[in-house]
Structure formats: structure tokens, C-alpha cells
Ligand binder design. Structure first.
Ligand SMILES: Cc1cc2nc3c(=O)[nH]c(=O)nc-3n(C[C@H](O)[C@H](O)[C@H](O)COP(=O)(O)OP(=O)(O)OC[C@H]3O[C@@H](n4cnc5c(N)ncnc54)[C@H](O)[C@@H]3O)c2cc1C
Ligand code: SF4
Length: 496
């Protein structure tokens, strides 16, 4: 424990954010840099609890009190060593993780929790700045060839771990750049893309081969992939968006959120804007929110990113609507500490300007005579608990229209795309349509593994990294024919 009285002396502080009026004119990150001394003071608040609940709060099992202690001692190299034993990409999670660890921090029972996420970001940034993060080639190569399909956080974590274990890894990505949703989903104002390029340079120097613009299943057939590689790791994400099949759905102006967001990330990257990357029949041009009344349908991360992007485009107004009731402002009673709290969250995008409404259903998209969207027909809802199940009931007399020229559907994703690669591999799906696997190994083909959103369903970056790491461990055992325990011992010896 760095400073026994730290939690009494210092309060929680986070890096300052840029002024909303200034930042909505660019796509740069919102938080200003955190000085090493600021991080040290925040690390001093860690109580090094006998049972650190933050360990289990973090899906990666990050060893949080230990790296806090190292930061307090200003031993940044050691702090990074500790952090990198469990997390391949702390520079991503330190920026965009919702930090379930902080929700289970013991200090959080009666004081604001330790600022774990920002300490993590500081460790990663100082480590890069001081050159502690250098390419590390594996000591030997096993001769086994692994194909990783999809280059989001799950694929990248799996590739890094399998390469570390000595396998020869090729990552295939159908987009023109590596990164999955880190690259073409999450906006630059949350995660600037040089952070991905910086990490990729290390991974390439470690021997991982990246191939972009390769749609596996189309450009390489499933059977050829199985012939050319000893193991296939599927990390293609959850890509089929939940639709809203109501009257007026085909009007010009109603689009899936991901089409809108990925176009903007391309513009920021100075890449040609790929219109309609999913081949949808009703997307026929570049999507702009400028001077439009925008309504974002769906209250999650994707919806919030649409709010931030619409404000940057200069929308006339931005409204976000959600079917579910407004969550409580404080931790709900049914999610007590140390659980992830069910409560109202306000993102940096909401701070920039947005009307938010809950318990609202969209009845229809209303168009003009040219087939352009001009309004949304909405109705208020009442949620009733009937035999333990929440049922929505429309409130009589509340049906109305609000002006809207751009409606963005941000109601989540259903499952991965089945037709093509997954069906060609003859895979089974679980009841939600995700790839069915037993400890990451698919139930139909022992040399095909799956991880991340494709297996787990739509989730978080931290979970994708965790899945990639765990799937890599299981794949390594399969390739080397060892038991999980023996493999663990070998990899631990390798790490020494
Ligand atoms: C807009 C948005 C914002 C989000 N914000 C956050 C956030 O702030 N914090 C957070 O923790 N999580 C966030 N998430 C969730 C997070 O991004 C995902 O959970 C995570 O990226 C999943 O990682 P993955 O590696 O499983 O898949 P993905 O990141 O989806 O990557 C899959 C990749 O596989 C590629 N691929 C698919 N099929 C093929 C094929 N046949 N051949 C070649 N390539 C293929 C795809 O092109 C894609 O690049 C957000 C999600 C969205 C959509
Ligand atoms: S990865 Fe997320 S949950 Fe884990 S320690 Fe970092 S911020 Fe917390």
C-alpha cells in the first residue's frame, strides 16, 4: 500500500475535459492529459484491501492494487509489467472501458472509488513514452499456423497471445484497416486511431502478419482456410443490427447507426468513405446530420456515439429516445455493491447537447411526397410488472409526431452474420444466434475456435480482450496437445 492515509487525504479527481463548445468542432479526444503527479495522487487512494473486489470486477482480472502501488512509488516500468500480464491493450481500456472495476472498488462503498481507468491509461502512456513497450519476439516457433478472422480487440488479443506462444499468426480483416469496432465503430473523440496504429507496429514487429481487404468466406473459401492453417480463430464480431420494421422503414433518412458512425471514422482517417458497406437496399449516399433534426433510437453506447457525431456535424437538434424507463440516478437497490450498478449514465456526448427521453415507442416513420423522412410518430409508454415480467402499455392520448429528417437506429446487434463463412464452416449457433462453442472451441469443428462478440454476443472491449486471451489459451492447448495446466506452466516459464 503506497500511502496508508491516501484515501483520507485525497479525493477522486479525473482529467479535465475540453470545453464542449470547443470540442464539438473537432474529433480529438475529450480528456486532457493527466500528469504523472496527478496519477500518483490518485493511486495513493488505493487501500490495498485484503480482498480486492476490483480484481473480480475487471473481466481481465487486472491486478489493480499492485499497479496502483507501483504508480505511487513512481515505478512506471514495474506498473506496466504488472498491467501487461493481464491486459494486452491498456491504452484502449484506459480510454473507453466503462470500468466495472471501479463499481466494485471497496472505497466506493462510502466514498468515490479509485480512478482505476485513468491510472491504467497513464501507465500505458508513460510506458509508450519512455520506450518500455518494445516488440518481443517469441523465443521459439512451434511451426503451427493460425488464421485469426477479424481484427477487433478479440482478434488482436488472441493474435498477440498465440504469437507469444510461438505460433505463426495471420490476421485477416475485410475492412481496409485493422481494428474492428475500435477503428470503424467507436468515434475518434473517444479513441484516437493513432493509438491502434502504435500498437499494431509493435505486433507486426513481433511477427504477426496482417492482411486487410480480405473477406474470408468470399476471398478465401472456408475449406481452403482449413487446409492452409492448423487452427482457425473466428473473431468476426456481432454485425447484424437489430432493425425496427415499422411503417416508413424504407424512407430516405432512416439508417442503422453503424453506417453513420463508420462513414465518419473514414472521413476522419482521410480514407474514401465507403457508402453502404453492408449492402443495405436503402442506403444510397453519404450520411450527414448537418442542419437536420436527428433522432437517435436506442440508449446505449452506440446511440451516445451518434449523439456526439451528430453534434459535430452541426445538427439542428439531437434527441435520443429509449423504450425502457429512465434508470435511477443512484445505484439501484437490486444491483448493490460490488455488482455493476443499474443507474443513469451521462456520457461526454450527452454533455455536448441532447434531449433524452425514456419510455417512448416509435410507431412509424413519416415521409414527404418524395419519400424523404420528415417526422417520427411516437407514443409514451407505461411499464407494468405483471407476474414478475415487465410489460409495456401505451399511454392513451400521448401519440404525437416530432420533426425528424435523420433517424439513426441504435438498438443493438442481434448476432454475427451467418451466411457465408460461418454456414460454410458448418457451425452451430446458440439460442441467440451466436457461434456455439465449448470453452471457445466450436461444437462442430475441433480446429475452429470462436471468441469476442461473435461468441459472447454484443459486449465490451474489455470482454473482447478477455475472450481473445482465454480462447488463445484453449487453442494453444489444442495445438500443442497439452492439458490446460501443463500449458499454463509452460507459458509461465516462457514469460520468466
Ligand atoms: C458504436 C459502438 C461504440 C462502442 N463503444 C464502446 C465503448 O466505449 N467501450 C466498450 O468497452 N465497448 C464499446 N463498444 C463495444 C465494443 O466495440 C465491442 O464489444 C468489441 O469491439 C467487440 O470486439 P470483437 O473483436 O469481438 O469484434 P469487432 O470489434 O466487431 O471486430 C470484428 C472484425 O471482424 C471483421 N470481420 C467479420 N467477418 C469477417 C470476415 N468474414 N472476414 C474478414 N473479416 C471479418 C469485421 O470487419 C470487424 O473488423 C462499442 C460498440 C459500438 C458498435
Ligand atoms: S480493463 Fe476496465 S475493468 Fe479492467 S481494470 Fe481497466 S478499467 Fe477496470
Amino acid at each position: 500500500m503506497g500511502k496508508p492515509t491516501g484515501f483520507l487525504e485525497f479525493t477522486r479527481e479525473l482529467p479535465k475535459k475540453r470545453d464542449p463548445q470547443q470540442r464539438i468542432h473537432d474529433y480529438k479526444e475529450i480528456e486532457m492529459p493527466f500528469s504523472e503527479q496527478d496519477s500518483q495522487r490518485q493511486a495513493a487512494r488505493c487501500m490495498d484491501c485484503g480482498t480486492p473486489f476490483c480484481h473480480s470486477g475487471c473481466p481481465l482480472g487486472n491486478i489493480i492494487p499492485e499497479f496502483n502501488d507501483a504508480v505511487y512509488e513512481q515505478n512506471w516500468a514495474y506498473a506496466y509489467d504488472i498491467l501487461s500480464t493481464t491486459n494486452n491493450f491498456p491504452e484502449f481500456t484506459g480510454r473507453i472501458c466503462p470500468a466495472p472495476c471501479e463499481a466494485s472498488c471497496v472505497l466506493g462503498i462510502n466514498k468515490p472509488p479509485v480512478a482505476i481507468e485513468f491510472i491504467e491509461k497513464s501507465i500505458a502512456e508513460v510506458a509508450f513514452e519512455r520506450g518500455y513497450i518494445t516488440p518481443k519476439q517469441p523465443k521459439f516457433r512451434t511451426g503451427k499456423r493460425v488464421a485469426v478472422v477479424g481484427s477487433g480487440p478479440a482478434g488482436l488479443a488472441a493474435a498477440a497471445q498465440l504469437n507469444k506462444a510461438g505460433h505463426t499468426v495471420t490476421v485477416f480483416e475485410r475492412a481496409d484497416q485493422i481494428g474492428g469496432l475500435l477503428r470503424y465503430g467507436i468515434p475518434d473523440f473517444k479513441l484516437e486511431k493513432w493509438t491502434i496504429d502504435r500498437r499494431l507496429a509493435i505486433m507486426e514487429a513481433e511477427g504477426i502478419v496482417f492482411k486487410t481487404g480480405v473477406n474470408v468466406g468470399v476471398d478465401i473459401k472456408a475449406k481452403d482456410l482449413l487446409e492452409q492453417f492448423d487452427l482457425v480463430m473466428l473473431t468476426g464480431g456481432s454485425t447484424v443490427p437489430r432493425d425496427l420494421p415499422i411503417p416508413g422503414r424504407d424512407l430516405k433518412g432512416v439508417y442503422p447507426a453503424m453506417e453513420f458512425l463508420s462513414q465518419q471514422n473514414k472521413r476522419v482517417a482521410n480514407r474514401p468513405v465507403q457508402v453502404n458497406h453492408q449492402g443495405l437496399p436503402y442506403v444510397d449516399g453519404e450520411l450527414w446530420a448537418t442542419d437536420k433534426h436527428v433522432v437517435v433510437i436506442g440508449g446505449g453506447d452506440t446511440g451516445s456515439d451518434c449523439v456526439g457525431t451528430s453534434n459535430r456535424h452541426g445538427a439542428a437538434s439531437v434527441t435520443q429516445i429509449e423504450l425502457m424507463p429512465m434508470p435511477p440516478k443512484e445505484r439501484a437497490e437490486n444491483t448493490p455493491w460490488p455488482n455493476w450498478p443499474m443507474m443513469l449514465r451521462t456520457s461526454t456526448s450527452h454533455e455536448e447537447g441532447c434531449e433524452r427521453h425514456w419510455s417512448i415507442n416509435t410507431k412509424a416513420f413519416v415521409g414527404d411526397e418524395n419519400g424523404n423522412l420528415k417526422a417520427l410518430r411516437l407514443v409514451d409508454l407505461e411499464w407494468k410488472n405483471e407476474n414478475g415480467r415487465m410489460q409495456m402499455v401505451e399511454k392513451p392520448g400521448t401519440e404525437r409526431e416530432i420533426p425528424c429528417e435523420l433517424a439513426l437506429l441504435a438498438a443493438g446487434f442481434l448476432h454475427p452474420q451467418h451466411n457465408g463463412l460461418l454456414d460454410d464452416l458448418g457451425l452451430e449457433y446458440d439460442e441467440r444466434g451466436n457461434v456455439k462453442a465449448n470453452k471457445y472451441q466450436t461444437t462442430t469443428n475441433p480446429k475452429v475456435f470462436a471468441a469476442g462478440d461473435m461468441r459472447r454476443g454484443q459486449s465490451l472491449v474489455v470482454w473482447a480482450i478477455s475472450e481473445g486471451r482465454e480462447a488463445a489459451r484453449a487453442a494453444d492447448c489444442y495445438l500443442m496437445g497439452e492439458t490446460l495446466l501443463e500449458a499454463k506452466a509452460v507459458s509461465m516459464l516462457e514469460a520468466v
